[in-house]
Write a protein of this length. Structure first.
Ligand code: ZN
Length: 192
């Protein structure tokens, strides 16, 4: 009975300690590993694992908040970078770029990869300037079908992939990405 009481008191003390730790917020970042361990302990009847999980959650939120508040500058142009821009550019380039420099870098990289230079000099039926006959065919088809479209939108990250959809249909929220290869293989022959 006595030892039970001791254990209970001990568990209570632990709980208070955990609650106290929680108030340190981001300053308690180094404790996160131990808190996770404590929170993951199976079949513990005491409240400590729950308190540990709560403390870890609060500290993580504080750390995230601190990261979001940090001032960061674009490595290219020096402009201040918003947190979502920072996250995105770190994920793709492991460098800090503002939205504009991010887009420019993506375009440069894409052009380098495909060997295609930005050149829009083909006119479609509605006067839009596009880059290839393939794109012209799509644009003409959309225009003839009286479907509203936007050509050559911004770069987007979708499901972790970097894409720059050539056409966007706002009525349907649909992107069309034309893979600008001018050659098409049919029956083993190359048709241009
Ligand atoms: Zn920049």
């Amino acid at each position: 009975m006595k030892s039970n009481m001791d254990l209970k008191q001990h568990s209570q003390a632990q709980q208070y300690a955990l609650k106290a730790l929680k108030t340190y917020g981001a300053f308690a970042e180094t404790w996160l590993g131990q808190l996770d361990d404590l929170a993951a302990r199976p079949n513990r009847k005491e409240y400590s694992p729950v308190a540990a999980a709560a403390a870890a959650r609060t500290i993580r939120e504080a750390v995230q908040h601190r990261e979001q508040q940090k001032e960061r500058c674009c490595q290219k142009c020096g402009k201040q970078v918003a947190f979502h821009e920072f996250e995105r550019s770190m994920r793709l380039f492991q460098r800090i770029y503002c939205g504009k420099c991010f887009d420019e870098t993506c375009v440069k990289r894409r052009n380098r990869e495909t060997g295609v230079e930005e050149k829009k000099d083909i006119k479609t039926v509605d006067g839009t300037l596009v880059q290839s006959t393939g794109e012209k065919m799509i644009a003409n088809w959309l225009a003839n079908a009286r479907l509203e479209y936007r050509y050559d939108g911004c770069l987007r990250i979708m499901d972790g992939f970097q894409i720059r959809p050539d056409f966007y249909l706002p009525q349907f929220d649909v992107f069309i990405e034309y893979w600008g290869m001018d050659t098409l293989r049919v029956w083993g022959n190359t048709v241009r």
